[in-house]
Design a protein around this ligand. Sequence first.
Ligand SMILES: [Fe+2]
Length: 224
Amino acid sequence: MIEPPITEYGVLLESKSEKPPICTTLKDLVQELHAVFSEDNVNVEYIHELMSSYKSNPLEWRRFAKFDRYRYTRNLVDEGNGKFNLMILCWGEGHASAIHDHANAHCFMKMLHGQLEEIRFAWPDEDDKTELPENEKGLAELSRTNLKTNQVCYINDSMGLHRVENPSHSDTAVSLHVYCPPFDSCNVFNQRTGEKSKSKVTFWSKFGTRKNADDDSSRQPEDV
Ligand SMILES: [Fe+2]
């Protein structure tokens, strides 16, 4: 087995006992995220509750929500003083990510619009599988979760890998993501063989502005 990277998940839960404030606007949420991430410890439960307390208001986030007709997009909202990245991902009908890890970072995902399906997988077996029959080589599916507007989910590498997809063929989806610490590449996995490869992650827009409209490299976001 590939050992999942060690994270501080268990201890982090104990580092903050007070209830988080309720964020009534996106601006409040950004401000609170800056405050919590200015500390060295990351309290997963606290941030989960903080993000849950914000009720999606499209008027506040639509200037960041820039879609591509071919693939889902990653749109940077805030760089979090280098401690975290806040971004909005826009999913067209049927768009899906690759199966990926999270580069040893914490990942929080909140639905702002529509629905997403999160499919979680176990890390691949490191042993040589060339002798195994085809149907036993792939990644083992662990769970499927349907996320609806305003729900929040959390993952780190100790919990496995995942793929995220918009199962709807008639509605788009928009999600808000916090990554701590920020990262610019992760691993993507072949579901059938378990093979992994490094993938750079890019932004489709930054701070509400699409700068590289003609740059094809920004069409390759692989992570969420
Ligand atoms: Fe992800």
